[in-house]
Design a binder for this molecule. Structure first.
Ligand SMILES: Cc1cc2nc3c(=O)[nH]c(=O)nc-3n(C[C@H](O)[C@H](O)[C@H](O)COP(=O)(O)OP(=O)(O)OC[C@H]3O[C@@H](n4cnc5c(N)ncnc54)[C@H](O)[C@@H]3O)c2cc1C
Length: 364
């Protein structure tokens, strides 16, 4: 049995990406590259940004993946002759918060929002349909970046945040990662989740105020601009609230909220009962400034169905395999560019299995 080297086994700092590829060319019979995407390296993200599709890169973005997701190994394999395809296919989120307690530099946390928050542009105008919280991420990203919005806002209240804000990341969900059944049940019957409350208290992108005029003043102060006209924001909030009193209302967001509540699971833990945002009993009011958050890489090393890396000419690179994000989740985006959210990991695992089996068979 020959040697199978996995790049991700190499301790960081002891072997460079080039060293691993170099070692491969010096005699290892098979190398599987599994070094992840590029989302932690904003220089690479900017260089590969799809200007035509998304417009200019936002000036400020938060990093939704650690620094080791740096894409350097991808570059090293390309330099050695491997073919990179669809490098401009990336999946970034529109609801990134600056982490008050960062684990890595510029650490961004993604809000997994329920459908009720009012989503405003930097000038306080409601985003047009279908750009609703938790709907079509890539379409909303395109709307934001093409309009050159440096950020957007959610306006909500305590009743909504209690039920509808979940934060992505293992450290933000200690009840789930710690298998704490009582903690999970508190999501149904308890108050605001502790990690969300910590952001309300300490997060740099949060504003909590009892009244709308005070909220708008504080939003402008946070942004360091006077872009938000109190009258514009008030009109948007009151127009939305007025639709609640109308049994024949045509507000698409309220229709989506009601539709989501038809499912028992969402009604219990995910979607607040429709109510006026300005209802004092549901307050205080909350505004959250949302930044673009870099996360997933959908292009990468082109592979064949055995996970073998292809050369520029399309022929397999002998003994070199790739799996996971470095291969665009296995061969250039296993689930396509507009993949269903949350289904990326499956492609990583599956492509790892395919590449691992093929590499093992090749070195027997
Ligand atoms: C907070 C968060 C939430 C997510 N939620 C979901 C979700 O709900 N559903 C979903 O499908 N996906 C989700 N993802 C994405 C998913 O986790 C990734 O797509 C997946 O982990 C990628 O796996 P990978 O093995 O290809 O790369 P990674 O997990 O990034 O692993 C790459 C490894 O290679 C190492 N490495 C890199 N370069 C070198 C080098 N030169 N030498 C040695 N080692 C190196 C790194 O240290 C790292 O250990 C989430 C990601 C994050 C950060």
């Amino acid at each position: 049995m020959g040697e199978v080297l996995e790049a991700s086994d190499a301790p960081r700092g002891t072997r460079s990406s080039r060293a691993v590829v170099g070692e491969f060319s010096l005699g290892a019979q098979a190398v599987i590259v599994a070094s992840g995407g590029i989302g932690g390296n904003h220089e690479l993200v900017r260089r590969n940004w799809p200007l035509e599709r998304l417009g200019p890169t936002p000036e400020f973005m938060v990093a939704g993946v650690p620094e080791h997701v740096d894409g350097l190994m991808l570059g090293a394999v390309a330099e050695a002759g491997g073919r990179v395809i669809n490098p401009d296919r990336m999946w970034h989120y529109t609801e990134g918060l600056r982490n008050w307690n960062p684990v890595w530099a510029n650490h961004g946390i993604r809000v997994l929002p329920g459908p009720s928050s009012l989503w405003l542009d930097p000038y306080g105008r409601r985003l047009p349909f279908p750009h609703l919280p938790g709907f079509d991420t890539l379409a909303t990203l395109q709307h934001i970046t093409r309009n050159r919005y440096p950020y957007t806002w959610f306006v909500l209240n305590r009743r909504v945040i209690k039920k509808e804000f979940a934060l992505s990341g293992s450290e933000q969900n200690p009840d789930l990662t710690g298998r704490d059944v009582r903690g999970v049940l508190r999501r149904v019957v308890g108050g605001v989740q502790a990690p969300v409350q910590a952001f309300m208290d300490r997060g740099a992108d949060f504003v909590v105020r009892p009244t709308l005029p005070e909220l708008v003043r504080a939003m402008n102060a946070l942004a360091g601009t006077d872009w938000l006209e109190p009258a514009v924001v008030e009109r948007e909030v009151r127009d939305r609230d007025a639709q609640l009193a109308n049994a024949f209302g045509k507000d698409a967001q309220l229709a989506a909220v009601r539709a989501a509540r038809a499912y028992l699971g969402d009604r219990l833990v995910r979607v607040a009962k429709p109510h006026r945002l300005l209802d004092p009993a549901a307050g205080p009011l909350i505004a959250v400034r949302l930044n673009v958050l870099t996360r997933k890489t959908l292009g990468g090393l082109e592979t064949d169905l055995q996970g073998r890396v292809l050369r520029q000419g399309g022929e397999p690179f002998p003994g070199l395999y790739a799996a996971g994000e470095v291969a665009g989740f296995g061969g250039g985006g296993m689930h396509g560019y507009r993949a269903l959210e949350g289904t990326f990991l499956g492609g990583c695992v599956f492509s790892g299995r395919v590449a691992g089996r093929a590499a093992a068979a090749a070195v027997v």
